[in-house]
Design a binder for this molecule. Structure first.
Ligand code: ZN
Length: 386
């Protein structure tokens, strides 16, 4: 059975979906103002690998990705270009889909522009106001997190630690760590009308509304970068619990590590951003997958092109083995293939799987028999196009 590390409990847990043979996954998606960099690509490749493995185990998957278009960076880009925010957002969402295609990511079933869900955000905020857990302060709406059970559990923070944050600053907030739901006090150049006034639905409630509209009361896995744990995921979990009335509406929080570039966080100002499409054009998505999967998804990666190229011999071995597959598998190979798949059961241990893949290829090249079906099954789970 598949075990995944749950950031909420800090333990590896059996994946037991709400619906027996369907796994519902929400992934925090891109903010629509630029192309997909390697850090984003790693996130979607990781959940693609997970979905491929789940499908190999006869699960269906339903993957929802939200695409953030209500955001300061999107608005800034729109102002810079003299366009409406939606023109920028639609352009970059089409580019995101192109990038997914280049990366052979086929597992996403629903892509949501968050701006299509503003009325739902308004409805959910009203519910929180009715429950008196949300309040208005100088026109802004905030969630009072001070009375919430377990708040801070996901990001492993005590009440005292939470209180050190200065979040979503505005006058008359009850607690410094309270989360903004609707911002009426700042002028971003774009705004939405609501019963709370003209303003912007704030970041975290956007995800909550998209998840509720698509998945209703619960789903199995919430994914995204580890750096989103606080305040974003902590706030989303609190809101989702309050709105659904369920203590446990999301089973597993599965966070992916960072991708650094030559030791530093990727940023345009440092000039070290690595675009996924450039790597695919230069090296192909097969090599990129072997490179990404050679590190465990929870570890950070420090990207260098020379590290990427160290995976080339494995890919070449795989191609060589492909030309030698037969119509049956020797017992020794059957066991290796079984071990290959079993390694994913342990929190998607892809580095171990790739070590076994190396052995499989060595044996096949050396004359052992591997059936074409087994070979194709291995490639299918890795997303390698053979
Ligand atoms: Zn998100």
């Amino acid at each position: 059975m598949l075990k995944l590390f749950n950031s909420f409990s800090s333990k590896k847990e059996d994946l037991e979906p709400f619906e027996r043979s369907l796994v519902k996954i929400f992934i925090c998606g891109p903010t629509l103002y630029d192309y997909t960099h390697l850090g984003h690509a790693r996130i979607f490749l990781t959940y693609d690998l997970l979905c491929r493995f789940l499908r190999d185990n006869n699960y269906a998957t339903d993957v929802l990705v939200n695409m953030t278009d209500i955001n300061q960076n999107v608005f800034n880009k729109a102002k810079e270009k003299g366009d409406d925010y939606s023109v920028i957002a639609r352009f970059y969402s089409s580019q995101f889909m192109l990038d997914l295609n280049l990366l052979n990511i086929k597992s996403i079933s629903r892509l949501a522009h968050v701006s299509d869900y503003v009325s739902s955000m308004e409805k959910e905020i009203s519910k929180l106001l009715e429950q008196k857990i949300a309040y208005s302060a100088n026109g802004n709406i905030y969630l009072d997190v001070s009375t919430l059970k377990d708040y801070g559990a996901l990001s492993k923070q005590s009440k005292e630690q939470l209180n050190l944050h200065r979040l979503d600053v505005g006058p008359n907030k009850k607690n410094q760590e309270d989360i903004m739901l609707w911002n009426c006090s700042e002028d971003f150049g774009f705004s939405w009308n609501s019963q709370f006034g003209k303003g912007i639905p704030w970041w975290h409630i956007q995800d909550t509304a998209v998840a509720i509209e698509n998945f209703d009361r619960n789903y199995d896995i919430h994914g995204g970068a580890r750096e989103l744990s606080y305040p974003h995921h902590e706030a989303h979990l609190a809101q989702y619990r309050l709105i659904t009335g369920s203590d446990n509406p999301i089973k597993i929080w599965m966070h992916v590590g960072l991708v650094l570039s030559n030791g530093e966080k990727m940023s345009k100002s440092l000039g070290n951003v690595v675009w996924a499409r450039d790597l695919v054009h230069r090296y192909g998505q097969n090599l990129l997958r072997l490179y990404i999967f050679s590190s465990h998804y929870r570890n950070d990666i420090d990207f260098t092109e020379s590290d990427l190229l160290t995976k080339k011999p494995l890919l070449e071995k795989l191609y060589k083995a492909r030309s030698k597959v037969s119509d049956r598998s020797d017992q020794e190979l059957v066991i290796l293939v079984e071990n290959f798949f079993n390694s994913f059961n342990d929190d998607l241990n892809s580095p171990e799987a790739l070590e076994i893949l190396d052995k499989i290829c060595t044996n096949v090249i050396g004359g052992s028999n591997l059936s074409v079906d087994n070979f194709l099954r291995v490639c299918r789970v890795l997303g390698i196009e053979s």
